[in-house]
Ligand binder design. Sequence first.
Ligand code: SAH
Ligand code: SF4
Length: 395
Amino acid sequence: MASIDIAHERNATATADASARPHLAGLTRPLLMEALKQFGLPDNQLRMRAGQIWNGLYNRGFTDFERMTTLSKELRGKLAEAFDISRLEIVTEQKSVDGTRKWLLRLPSGIPGVPGPEVETVYIPEEGRGTLCVSSQVGCTLTCTFCHTGTQKLVRNLTAGEIVGQILVARDALGEWPDGGRNSEDRLITNIVMMGMGEPLYNFENVRDALEVVSDGEGLSLSKRRITLSTSGVVPMIERAGDEIDCMLAISLHAVDDETRNKLVPLNKKYPIAELLEACRNYPGVSNARRITFEYVMLKGVNDSLEDAKALVRLLKHIPAKINLIPFNPWPGSPYECSDWEQIEKFADVVNRAGYASPVRTPRGRDIMAACGQLKSETVKARASERFKEARADA
Ligand code: SAH
Ligand code: SF4
């Protein structure tokens, strides 16, 4: 499939903004008030000023204090000297033939002259909804054998500001701020999935704070029911996620026996299937109205037999569950093949007959490597080959 590539290497080689000013995006309201207190605002102004800045950041999408005209000119100037509210840098933007969009974003490195690491964010428009797939880490410490991100070592956790920042960039690009002429009822980003690069439960506090900001009713205002956190199964953090984040949960199950899951999701050796499912049964807030999604990647000859399908249904019998079958998305050098379509349909039939509706997820944005588990980015490879060429030229 051909892609419409609207990539523009915008400052791709420019050095990162190593601004020493703390960034305000992603601070929860109490943390924002604390930052303003440290800055020197009197206690009796903190709530109001934080509210005004919050409105500027999350309802208006301002990236410049000058536009926050509810604050005095003098205060705007002082805030601009003390704090950063700029956007993450877009390195490239790609658009798939199916409308999926992918942004490669550069994070600050914190070191002058050194370009920061990159993450990817994907927007998937569908009938009646639009889902933004957000990254939580650059790379991943886990090494799931079917996942492209898993081949990239963890570079670092994203800050809460960088997690929220992905949504702000997407809103800019989609023209979703009120100034873009859209009314707030008519939203383009209706759902958030923490299914980009990284394991969100290994960056717990930042993910929690970011999602608190995202779901704040006086800001971006995305309900927790429309936010899904996907985990490979970090059992000890699942209960905490329910208590402190309280969003929808997705579990990357992918196999019905420990032997197979150990190979696909090596974290299973630490937290085997029985323990994982026990944590799901106890997930705070789980009910028939708030089901847990179990993701199951379809790998030819590995986990796709009808016996596996029956075992999957048996395994999830006593858990309020949805099942999401994901056709495997290949990446260069990946050691698996996607199950044949016929086999996926037979597998889905078994799952359907057990009462689970429309379980197969249509792959989106495959032509721009934006589908599940493909994120790592061509860029990393491209950069490596550029460096190789440069090294050869120097030699
Ligand atoms: N680390 C988290 C979230 C990011 S991965 C997790 O593992 O759940 C998001 C989803 O994409 C997970 O279900 C993951 O198993 C799946 N995935 C990874 N690589 C894939 C691939 N190549 N094809 C299809 N799905 C994949
Ligand atoms: Fe990390 Fe999730 Fe990929 Fe596994 S599937 S390597 S946990 S991003």
